[in-house]
Design a protein around this ligand. Structure first.
Ligand code: SF4
Length: 365
């Protein structure tokens, strides 16, 4: 029988873990990692931006928000054949999971969502895990993605509930939780994590992990991102986080969410192979490959392959953790567009950092 996981963590307990002496923390995380995972296997995922830029949201870290003056080239939704070709190339490099990201506030029923469903069916039929990150989602839309064969839905909570208000004003933290709930009404696995280095306190990082760890079930995948401070966003002047902060975050995530796949996500270009090795030791077991992570730089796949060879790490095969979903073709689908118009929140509170950026002429009014 599988041992029940602890899902009643307090913030203080998580902070106490995060603040342990680093070597003790890594040792403890490495032991837990070995109970649930093969320590010499790391999943390689590829993130494809299927619709880039022009987003109406105001996430302070994101160069794709239409209101910030960034160098992003806006792209409409890419055609299915292009995604298939990119997925096939990724598969040849040992990549087992493809994440499809669209810069949308929420999913809207219609031609574009139908095109995404087609992408999910097409890539799943290539025997690859497909994850989508499309913004907020209704239960019916989640069920349509499930029928298309979707393996995972990504919806990050980004930070603690308190600090979330300092990052985004166009939607509330409760919208994130509601979308995750909608995904949980299907057999799609949940991918949810956050970003460090946005000016948050250690308490916020640990509270974010507490919220994820106390979900029942816990998310099957937890991406840990280090902010990539992009010029033109309100967070452009944030100092980078140190590798040891990343290691602490990974190790703490591994201890409190032991069965999850902990993903080293944005910010990997500034980590040395030695730093990444320490993260693998601490329980990270997934990386994103390819020279772009949506719109920010990422290490080249050949560099990653060399690092894996030196470390004796092998890529995780697709569907090793959870079985492949059955793909129901569109003509046999049970769930169809309902033309819903859900009322997601718009708190529209003032974020001081954004006001300062506005004064400097860095945010479009
Ligand atoms: S993170 Fe997503 S929702 Fe937020 S601005 Fe960027 S693309 Fe839009």
């Amino acid at each position: 029988m599988t041992e029940a996981l602890k899902t009643n963590w307090t913030k203080e307990e998580v902070i106490a873990i995060y603040n342990k002496p680093l070597l003790e923390l890594v040792y403890e995380a490495a032991q837990i990692h070995r109970l649930h995972h093969d320590p010499n296997k790391v999943q390689i995922s590829s993130l494809i931006s299927i619709k880039t830029g022009g987003c109406p949201e105001d996430c302070g870290y994101c160069p794709q928000a239409a209101r910030y003056h960034t160098e992003i080239k806006v792209n409409e939704l890419l055609p299915v054949h292009q995604i298939k070709a990119q997925a096939l190339r990724a598969k040849q490099h040992g990549i087992s999971r493809v994440c499809l990201g669209a810069a949308w506030r929420n999913v809207k029923d219609g031609e574009e969502f139908d095109q995404v469903l087609d992408m999910v069916r097409t890539v799943t039929k290539l025997d690859m895990e497909v994850c989508c990150t499309l913004g907020m989602l209704t239960e019916n839309q989640a069920k349509r993605l499930e029928e298309a064969g979707l393996y995972a839905y990504n919806h990050n909570i980004d930070s603690s509930e308190d600090y979330y208000k300092e990052v985004i004003s166009t939607r509330g933290f409760e919208d994130r939780l509601k979308t995750i709930d909608n995904v949980r009404k299907t057999s799609i696995t949940v991918c949810s994590g956050g970003i460090i280095g946005m000016g948050e306190k250690i308490e916020d990082r640990c509270d974010m992990l507490r919220i994820l760890a106390n979900m029942t079930p816990q998310p099957e995948s937890v991406p840990i991102n280090a902010l990539v401070a992009v010029e033109g966003t309100p967070m452009e002047d944030q100092e980078p986080v140190s590798i040891f902060e990343m290691v602490r975050m990974v190790a703490t995530a591994r201890i409190v969410i032991p069965r999850t796949q902990v993903r080293l996500s944005a910010g990997r270009t500034s980590m040395s192979p030695e730093g990444q090795t320490l993260c693998f030791m601490a329980g990270a077991n997934s990386i994103f490959a390819g020279d772009k992570l949506l719109t920010t730089p990422n290490p080249d796949i050949n560099q990653d392959k060399k690092m894996f060879e030196e470390l004796g790490i092998v890529p995780q095969a697709p569907f090793e953790k959870y079985p492949k979903r059955e793909v129901v073709d569109e003509e046999n689908a049970h769930f169809h567009a309902l033309g819903e118009n859900p009322k997601w929140t718009r708190p529209a509170h003032t974020i001081e950092r954004n006001e300062a950026a506005k004064e400097k002429g860095k945010i479009k009014l």
